[in-house]
Ligand binder design. Structure first.
Ligand code: GLA
Length: 321
């Protein structure tokens, strides 16, 4: 069936992005070309994907994605430099602040040498602690660089990438206690003149939470900083938590999901001046990470296109306004 294109419909509002892998740019090529004007690598640009051993870089999978983006006039959003996961352990060994910052700088230079200066890049991912009463997550970055490691790494990255808009990216960003801590961080960074341009709200949601009110409040709150917002990893799970796989898919749940997407996109459109992109974490249900998380092998249906890459009710609802 012929359908309108997401990216054209949303052209007056914001970019429509999706997560891709070196495989899905082949298996989902038609969908990607038609509907999306921004892509984010699932893993291929993470530190440990590019560099496993000191001085040894492998760019092939990321290159494949970067070429696909270029050929099809699709923006490539960089993801990610500083994170507690998927980062090679050797960079933290036998080093001190100066050494680690020099290593990070050399890594960013390598990335720049290879991909040029991308328009947008996640500088820091998931640095805020989920547990109540603790502000920052304990990470090796923090252990070596100190509690003020976030401003330090933003500055180092910006030195190498003066023309890239740098983002702070995190999940559970609509949970009030975590939102407060993220806001504390963003305000501190801005007050100290740290070169941050945007806030990435990962937006791994479900039809049960966060509530639409909380989403609106969160976007309004982050927008009040003046930073650009990127909805960076959106999906809407049909499960509440870790319950077992449904014996069959209840169409009512897909209706609820369509309502949820519809209400979210209404808010996104309302705040579009503050939002540069809305990125789905996957092009179709066939390849969602939620088919293996938080329960390995549990089928989920969190995206806008189904296992056969056909548009779902949620797709039609966000297109129909
Ligand atoms: C986090 C990261 C992403 C990805 C997802 C799971 O949200 O930011 O890069 O690893 O988890 O797919």
């Amino acid at each position: 069936m012929q359908t309108e294109s997401l990216k054209e419909k949303y052209q007056p509002y914001f970019k429509i992005g999706t997560e891709v892998s070196w495989r899905t740019i082949d298996t989902h090529a038609d969908l990607l070309k038609k509907h999306f004007n921004s892509i984010t690598c699932e893993n291929e640009m993470k530190y440990s994907s590019l560099c496993r051993k000191p001085g040894e870089y492998s760019f092939e999978p990321a290159d494949k994605i970067a070429s696909f983006a270029k050929e099809n006039d699709i923006a490539l959003h960089g993801h990610t430099f500083v994170w507690h996961n998927q980062t090679p352990g050797f960079i933290f060994e036998n080093t001190d602040e100066e050494g680690l910052l020099a290593t990070l700088k050399a890594h960013v230079e390598k990335v720049k040498e290879h991909f040029g200066e991308l328009a947008t890049f996640d500088a820091v991912n998931e640095a805020i602690e989920d547990k109540k009463d603790t502000y920052l997550r304990d990470t090796k970055w923090k252990a070596v660089l100190g509690d003020d490691y976030i401003p330090k790494v933003f500055r180092v990255i910006k030195e190498v990438l003066p023309n890239t808009a740098l983002y702070y990216n995190d999940y559970n960003d609509c949970v009030p206690e975590k939102r407060e801590k993220i806001m504390r961080l963003l305000k501190e960074l801005l007050a100290e003149g740290v070169p941050i341009s945007g806030m990435g709200m990962q937006f791994h949601a479900s039809i049960y939470h966060p509530s639409i009110d909380e989403i609106k409040r969160s976007i309004e709150t982050y927008a009040s900083t003046g930073l650009m917002i990127r909805i960076s990893e959106m999906d809407v799970s049909l499960y509440k938590e870790k319950e077992p796989q449904f014996p069959s898919l209840d169409p009512e749940l897909l209706k609820k999901q369509a309502d949820y997407y519809d209400q979210c996109f209404k808010i996104f459109r309302e705040y579009h001046k503050h939002i540069d992109a809305v990125t789905l974490w996957g092009a179709s249900d066939e390849v969602s990470w939620l088919n293996n998380f938080p329960v390995f092998g549990r089928k989920n249906w969190p995206l806008l296109f189904d296992d056969k890459h056909e548009p779902k009710e949620a797709f039609y609802r966000i297109m129909n306004f």
